[in-house]
Design a protein around this ligand. Structure first.
Ligand SMILES: [Zn+2]
Ligand SMILES: [Zn+2]
Length: 92
């Protein structure tokens, strides 16, 4: 999974001390919570990236990832949109 965390990357190394793990049988991704695995199976695993960034070529499989992307990468564009009309993204 190539979802880059912004920052120093220290948080990218997962501790393998989980007492219980949920493994996707298809792609062997490991999840700590059953709900996350379910979400992965429902929305991510084997699915095409269907959420497209309207500002660049970025696309991803989850709306929340796209929102994070837009917020961090296109903050300027979004705030310009805000002034114009209705905005598809909420800015917190
Ligand atoms: Zn999978
Ligand atoms: Zn973008």
């Amino acid at each position: 999974m190539k979802f880059h965390k912004y920052g120093d990357g220290k948080q990218n190394a997962p501790e393998v001390t989980w007492s219980k793990m949920y493994v996707c049988q298809v792609c062997k991704k490991v999840y700590k919570h059953k709900g996350n695995l379910k979400r992965h199976l429902d929305y991510e695993c084997g699915k095409e990236a269907s959420f497209l960034c309207e500002f660049c070529e970025f696309k991803c499989k989850r709306l929340d990832y796209l929102r994070v992307h837009v917020k961090t990468k296109h903050y300027k564009e979004v705030t310009q949109c805000l002034r114009k009309s209705d905005v598809p993204y909420e800015i917190e």
